[in-house]
Design a protein around this ligand. Structure first.
Ligand code: DAK
Length: 259
């Protein structure tokens, strides 16, 4: 049987997706994109899951789109590849549960864009990040030009995109690109700890918080506040909000059911 390029592991309401093509630094080729899409739909459909982690096998998170494969593509093939890539990024962004990027090594080009499409990023102290597309005569095509500028501001995003340089993990932390750095051996346990905290919170509340934040990034303040108030009110019709508040008053741990 052929080796799986994307591994999916589920435990305690948390799914871990591992990009598993270490011999090519987990570069994204058409077959990897298809497996990644299948893994995302499996996770999206599994109602027992509350959070996910995305990481890479070996010394890279993902070193970008597969340059060797792209160099031999016809225009039609490149178009189809771009469309499948966009489908994968869109599925990642629309995942109904939060996903944490655990950047264990190189996150370059499409690989950094993958991490940027996650809810937040933890990185190993040995990670290196960058958008080298312009050095290949390309531009980031999976949302990187937008998401990076929003996260770290246009000046630093321009520096990364225009020079194509890679930055080390400490710089990524200082720039606010990643939330925390961990010892390589501690990266996955720390990501799991965060995922488990998310999994223990009210699922409806987690979903509403993500929705309110995403909506607020795209709209004016009045509209965003009205939307937030609507979601806040809606949660009061859920059993979980009642349970969460009752548990606090009764000094016990809440038991959330997702209702
Ligand atoms: N593609 C294909 N193979 C890659 C690869 C990549 N991106 N990155 C690494 N590999 C392969 C290497 O060729 C090598 O294979 P063998 O020679 O062993 O067969 C193996 O992985 C190990 O890599 P190295 O020997 O190079 O390892 P080093 O430690 O020496 O160097 C490195 C690590 C990460 C510095 C280096 O491998 C590197 O510079 N890699 C390329 C990084 C890069 O430029 N990434 C950006 C790719 S462009 C689109 C939207 C978006 C995109 C495309 C289309 N559309 C909407 C249409 C995105 C584009 C990109 O991501």
């Amino acid at each position: 049987m052929e080796k799986q390029r994307v591994l999916v592991e589920k435990a305690g309401g948390v799914a871990t997706l591992t990009m598993n093509r270490p011999e090519a630094l987990n570069a994204l080729d058409a077959a990897t994109l298809e497996e990644f899409l299948a893994a995302l739909s499996e996770i999206a459909a599994d109602r027992s899951l509350r959070a996910a982690i995305l990481t890479g096998a070996g010394k890279a998170f993902v070193a970008g789109a597969d340059i060797t494969a792209m160099s031999g593509m016809s225009a039609a093939e490149a178009r189809a590849f771009g469309q499948r890539g966009q489908a994968a990024f869109s599925a990642l962004e629309k995942l109904p549960i939060p996903i944490i990027a655990a950047v264990n090594g190189y996150a370059l080009g499409g690989g950094l864009e993958l991490a940027l499409a996650c809810d937040f990023i933890y990185a190993s102290q040995s990670a290196r990040l960058g958008l080298p597309e312009t050095t290949l005569g390309l531009i980031p095509g999976f949302g990187g030009t937008k998401r990076l500028a929003r996260l770290i501001g246009p000046n630093r995003a321009r520096e990364l995109m225009l020079t194509g340089k890679t930055i080390d993990a400490a710089t990524a932390l200082a720039w606010g690109l990643v939330n925390a750095l961990h010892d390589p051996a501690e990266l996955l346990p720390k990501a799991r700890e965060a995922a488990e905290r998310i999994a223990a919170a009210g699922p409806g509340a987690v979903a509403s918080a993500r929705e309110a934040l995403a909506f607020g990034l795209e709209s004016g303040i009045d509209e965003a506040l009205a939307h937030e108030a609507a979601l806040f009110g809606l949660l009061f019709s859920s059993k979980d909000a009642r349970e969460g508040m009752s548990a606090f008053v009764e000094k016990r741990k809440p038991v959330f059911t997702g209702d």
